[in-house]
Design a binder for this molecule. Structure first.
Ligand SMILES: Cc1ncc(COP(=O)(O)O)c(C=O)c1O
Length: 380
């Protein structure tokens, strides 16, 4: 039987990102709009530009369905199927890809001792949900260069084969921004027993440039038990509207649908369909984000701080000191940065904001690290 805590149930009910702690969520919901407006938001890996014009227009149009239960949805599910070259029964829509990650947990972590195997740190909501439904997470540490340890994931999966509900792979990984290569994905899928489901979270797919990376959708077409999730929250700027989807085999899709809890509203269905067609805006967001990331990484490097190579809309700086006081110091300067990601407690995750936010981030970084606002002047 499922045992969700009241706060987790509240998150499900609200369709919020489960990676926000209940306290953080309450603070944001209860906080003043003026204070929220005044902060540079480099903390949640959001798209700072908001939905593209095409999606805003589509949402305005779809207001006419706001009072209805049944209405046309611009055929979004078919559009997604066409986009990936799969049939419609391979697509499951969710209120954010976070809902679908939870649904995979509810589908495959069915008894108390079932386990999810994945890297640590990675996108924590999968492990949090496993714990909340009394399953277990086998967390494999990252390699010394902060890449995911595929051989260790394979060994752990084989060792616990009977109890493994599924393997989770975030590609590129949050919080590090590093990719798992095409070759490693094949190594993983060929290395574990063929009936173990593998959930591959491609939330940051659209920001990747590295040619060693590839989507795992083709493995679904081969009929492997692979579930690939994507989101409209990042590249399409629709995080607050909640829309994501999974591509998987029709058999897995059928099982997953039994556990769905969210509903997708009319506005975001139309927005998603428009955003999917709007490849020019996707390119613009990618270009602006990568340019700003490159500049910020160079700026902090010039101050003596290295960042991990990132293929996403965020990057991690090795700050060579405990991260929590630094997070607090940024907040005092009205710049929100990522939370701590144990055990990487000397790394700071920075989401790439808009140009103004990045100027504020770099200025705050300089004040904190060069002028020594936290723990003395050590950075140089
Ligand atoms: C790796 C990863 N997966 C999934 C999500 C959830 O995204 P959403 O539920 O907005 O689609 C996030 C959000 O930050 C994420 O970083």
């Amino acid at each position: 039987m499922l045992a969700l805590t009241p706060s987790e149930l509240a998150l499900f009910a609200q369709g919020q990102q489960p990676n926000l702690s209940p306290a953080e969520l309450a603070r944001l919901q209860g906080g003043s709009e003026a204070e929220w407006d005044s902060m540079a938001k480099c903390n949640f890996n959001e798209n700072p530009y908001g939905p593209p014009e095409s999606a805003l227009k589509a949402m305005s149009h779809a207001y006419k369905f706001a009072n209805r239960y049944g209405y046309p949805d611009d055929n979004i599910q078919q559009a997604i199927a066409d986009h990936h070259g799969v049939k419609r029964d391979h697509v499951i829509m969710g209120a954010g890809s976070g809902e679908l990650l939870n649904v995979v947990g509810l589908t495959y972590l069915t008894t108390n001792d079932t386990k999810v195997v994945g890297s640590d740190p990675s996108y924590g909501s999968v492990y949090q949900q496993a714990t909340s439904i009394r399953a277990e997470a086998i967390k494999i540490p990252l390699l010394p260069d902060y890449r995911q340890d595929i051989p260790a994931i394979i060994s752990a999966t084989k060792k616990h084969y009977r109890e493994v509900g599924f393997v989770y792979l975030c590609n590129p990984n949050n919080p590090t921004g590093r990719i798992v290569t095409k070759r490693e994905i094949r190594q993983l899928l060929d290395g574990i027993p063929e009936d173990v489901p593998v959930l591959i979270d491609e939330a940051y797919h659209h920001f990747v440039d590295d040619s060693d990376y590839g989507t795992s959708v083709p493995y679904v077409m081969e009929g492997r038990p692979v579930i690939v999730t994507r989101t409209f929250s990042k590249i399409s700027g629709l995080a607050g509207m909640r829309l994501g989807y999974a591509i998987t085999t029709p058999a897995i899709a059928l099982k997953m649908r039994e556990h769905q809890t969210g509903t997708i509203n009319a506005l975001v269905q139309w927005a998603g369909a428009a955003a999917l067609r709007d490849t020019a805006s996707q390119e613009q967001v990618k270009k602006a984000t990568l340019e700003l990331r490159k500049k910020a990484v160079a700026d902090v490097k010039a101050m003596g701080y290295e960042s991990l190579p990132s293929e996403t809309n965020f990057f991690m700086v090795h700050i060579k000191r405990p991260v929590q006081p630094v997070i607090d110091a940024f907040k005092a300067k009205k710049v929100l940065v990522g939370r701590p990601f144990p055990p990487m407690l000397q790394h700071l995750r920075v989401s790439v904001g808009n140009p103004d936010e990045m100027v504020r981030f770099t200025a705050a970084f300089k004040e904190i690290f060069v002028n020594g606002a936290v723990g003395g002047s050590r950075g140089g």
